[in-house]
Ligand binder design. Structure first.
Ligand code: TXA
Ligand code: MG
Length: 316
């Protein structure tokens, strides 16, 4: 069921059930992070491997102190600037956080979502919500309640509808190995903006063989239709124009019907492009195309996070 009843969502969560929740980044599949049965249910519904740890969501930065060992100065500075918001901090976990949530790691990922409904929901609970993106493992993350309903609806009792996610990309994950601010996943806050607050960041390249964080798995966020990075003209010999889809930044490609093209932001605005990316990819994935050809954006600002998703969606 899809609705806007926060009290009902809270009641289900208190009973140990899972509920889909809106956030500014993408929709999450939430459960009581301190309840093993609820956490296991998240993994089952998502078909997610248990080695992939979950982010815990809290109503404010003050609540975070309870679940982590210590907070490096750079983390406090980033939190002061970007929480609530699309920032996840990777910090040493306190004993209160179950090992199942962190997949046995001594680190826990914590985040304060910037969404009024979910803030109100979290404020009614005396536990954090563990919540991965509310999509089957490996598929494109949902940015509307309808996306969640289409894929997970039959398996979950409630989807809290908070409208379309306004950021549209998952949170940026920052950790502090050896005290050095490090980006583990590019996301809704641009690296350049983090650097203004915390100085130069290390960017950890992902590895598919030994994923530090499976959001870093090389192939992820992927549509069912094969996707490639490149120019449509290079594929128009092998495929007829009516079976080629395109993802473009500002302008549609020539030679492909426009109904098969996702143009992210004619104005060249990265926020708009990010907000429209996943919904647009899903819509293309629903057409009968044989290939989707994506153009990369300039490697700056949120363009870097968008390119990261396009590359992972293209990796097979
Ligand atoms: O924007 C977001 O972060 C969304 C919304 C729902 O909050 N959540 C999200 O969760 O994207 P998920 O599970 O799809 O991606 C979380 C990423 C995964 O790649 C996971 O491996 C990593 O965070 N992660 C979580 N806990 C971790 C930990 N203790 N150590 C390393 N990586 C961790
Ligand atoms: Mg995910």
């Amino acid at each position: 069921m899809v609705g806007t009843d926060i009290n009902y969502a809270a009641a289900l969560l208190k009973q140990g059930q899972v509920v889909a929740i809106p956030t500014e980044t993408v929709y999450g599949l939430a459960g009581n992070a301190l309840d093993m049965k609820a956490v296991s249910q998240i993994f089952t519904v998502k078909n997610r491997p248990s080695f992939d740890p979950l982010i815990i969501h809290l109503p404010s930065f003050n609540h975070i102190r309870f679940y982590v060992k210590e907070i490096p100065e750079a983390a406090s500075a980033l939190a002061a600037e970007f929480m609530p918001g699309p920032l996840t901090l990777l910090l040493g976990k306190s004993d209160r956080v179950p090992d199942l949530v962190t997949a046995g790691s001594a680190l826990v990922a914590v985040r304060v979502p910037a969404h009024s409904l979910t803030h109100e929901l979290l404020s009614k609970l005396d536990f954090p919500l563990a919540a991965p993106s509310a999509n089957p493992f490996g598929y494109i993350s949902p940015t509307t309640a309808a996306h969640v309903d289409q894929q997970l609806g039959p398996q979950i009792p409630y989807i809290l509808d908070g409208g379309p996610s306004i950021v549209g990309l998952e949170s940026t994950i920052v950790g502090f190995p050896n005290g050095q601010p490090t980006v583990f996943r590019k996301g809704g806050i641009a690296v350049e903006d983090l650097e203004k607050i915390a100085g130069p960041m290390i960017i950890k390249p992902h590895s598919s063989s030994n994923p530090q964080a499976p959001g870093m798995l090389k192939s992820h966020y992927a549509p069912r239709i094969p996707m490639v990075i490149g120019k449509p003209e290079d594929y128009l010999e092998m495929h007829s124009a009516d079976e080629v889809g395109c993802i473009r930044f500002r302008k549609p490609a020539v030679g492909v019907p426009e109904a098969q093209q996702l143009v992210l932001s004619p104005a060249g605005n990265y926020q708009e492009a990010a907000r429209r990316l996943f919904a647009g990819m899903r819509a293309l994935d629903g057409q009968s195309l044989s290939i989707i050809v994506a153009e990369l954006l300039p490697e700056e600002g949120l363009g870097r996070a968008i390119n990261d998703r396009l590359r992972r969606a293209s990796a097979r």
